[in-house]
Design a protein around this ligand. Structure first.
Ligand SMILES: *Cc1c(COP(=O)(O)O)cnc(C)c1O
Length: 432
């Protein structure tokens, strides 16, 4: 493995890692290969991946169907600019996303990352009202514990205390934070907030059912449906940030479907990314309902949507996304949503014993997401180290230890993950 050591020791001094205090960080692990639910390291060890590479690798790694689609695309058309030119993988993907999403969510704008997909949603919402002659409607309501990205406009929509962005306070647009309307009195307060500010509000943005990076907080479909109805009542657009929840993670193809089923509400704009390409290539999509798109149709060129990332609708990424969507179809004999349902049952049973331990605030499970919220002092560095020592890739943040495994994970691999969580939290409880 001398070759592996060379790229590692020679390259590391030139790398700046994300969310990492580089002075004191534990050295990163060198990965040489991935397969299924496993990550192989340069020193020969193999880790079972409990978090699907930031929640992307829903089919596991190196799925042959996605690999074949990308290889074929690479040979014919890897990329071409997407202004004035279009290509089959992007158009097929747009059509398929429109067919899968509820209601008339049917117009797709492609970008390359989740944060940018949210930025585009914000532009759509603000310009929607501007195009309708209501220029003053440009503020955004977001929720406590929200996370919508790392760029400046999206940082302004992250929980100001728990978020990672407090040091940029004062440099971002001032938006309105609300409590999730999870009970009657919070519902009245939320309704009043929208009523009071309606004339200045462009949109409400929500992570439907599960707030991810803000702490894996969960709410029910009634709450989501109430938010949607309040938005309609007060003429405010609803943006569903499904970047984490989209593509089966919460048990349905999209989390917002649960509210649609209850009250027939459909978000005006949906943001997708993370699992869109099955964890293989960067791609994101902002999908608008018909009435949103129609507000941009005019004789006035300045009423058009003014956005266009250089690599938008990258053909390789679109081919990967189409292949990933294939894998959700029954013809591929891979019942993804049934796998998610089975993971939900196992996570519920296998994480439940954590509730008995000291230093545990809550255990929450939804679809293929299992979260254990900790209380008391938390030594993240130590927890992360212990998980790697136990042969699993689990990376707690803030006050949560969570699992979001690939949907194809085997029952014994999942059992290894949940056993590691119980063991590490048991060790911690003994120290409290
Ligand atoms: C990850 C995430 C984003 C940001 O996506 P990036 O691709 O990291 O920019 C936005 N919203 C939610 C809900 C996310 O989970």
């Amino acid at each position: 493995m001398s070759e592996a050591r060379d790229w590692l020791t020679e390259g590391l001094p030139h790398i700046w890692l994300p969310y990492t205090q580089m002075a004191t960080a534990t050295p990163p692990l060198a990965v040489v290969a991935t397969q299924g639910a496993r990550i192989r390291l340069g020193d020969g060890r193999e880790l079972i991946d409990g978090i699907s590479s930031w929640w992307t690798a829903c089919h596991g790694y190196n799925h042959p169907h996605i690999r074949a689609a990308v290889e074929q695309q690479l040979a014919t058309l890897p990329h071409v600019m997407f202004a004035g030119l279009v290509h089959e993988p992007a158009l097929r993907l747009a059509q398929r996303l429109a067919a899968l999403l509820p209601g008339d969510l049917e117009r797709v704008f492609f970008t390359e990352s989740g944060s940018v997909a949210v930025e585009v949603a914000l532009k759509m919402a603000i310009q929607y009202w501007r195009n309708k002659g209501q220029e003053e409607k440009k503020r955004i309501v977001y929720f406590r514990h929200a996370y919508h990205g790392d760029t400046f406009a999206t940082m302004a929509l992250c929980d100001p205390e728990e978020g990672m962005h407090t040091l940029f306070a004062g440099t971002m647009p001032d938006q309105l934070m609300a409590e999730l309307p999870t009970d009657e009195s919070l519902r009245r307060a939320f309704d009043l907030l929208l009523e009071t500010h309606a004339e200045r509000l462009a949109a409400v943005i929500v992570e439907p059912l599960v707030q991810g990076a803000g702490g894996m907080k969960m709410h029910d479909a009634q709450t989501l449906a109430f938010i949607a109805e309040a938005c309609t009542r007060h003429k405010v657009l609803l943006i569903a940030d499904e970047i984490m929840t989209g593509f089966g993670r919460t048990g349905r193809m999209f989390a917002c479907e649960e509210a649609t089923q209850l009250t027939n509400t459909v978000p005006d704009i949906v943001c997708l990314s993370k699992a869109l390409t099955g964890g293989t290539l960067p791609l994101a999509a902002t999908v608008a309902r018909r009435h949103v798109f129609e507000a941009f149709l005019s004789d006035d060129p300045s009423a058009a949507l003014m956005h266009g990332p250089t690599y938008m609708a990258n053909a390789l990424a679109c081919a990967a996304a189409n292949a990933s969507l294939d894998l959700f179809e029954p013809v591929h004999n891979s019942p993804r949503l049934a796998q998610v349902a089975a993971i939900e049952v196992r996570l519920s049973a296998e994480l439940a014993p954590c509730r008995e331990l000291a230093g545990i605030a809550a255990v929450r499970v939804k679809g293929a997401i299992g979260a254990v919220e900790l209380s008391g002092d938390i030594d993240l560095k130590h927890l992360r180290l212990r998980f790697a020592e136990l042969g699993v890739w689990v990376r707690p943040f803030g006050n949560v230890v969570y699992l979001m495994p690939p949907f194809i994970i085997a029952a014994d691999e999942l059992a290894t993950l949940t056993a590691a969580v119980r063991k590490v939290l048991d060790e911690r409880a003994a120290q409290l």
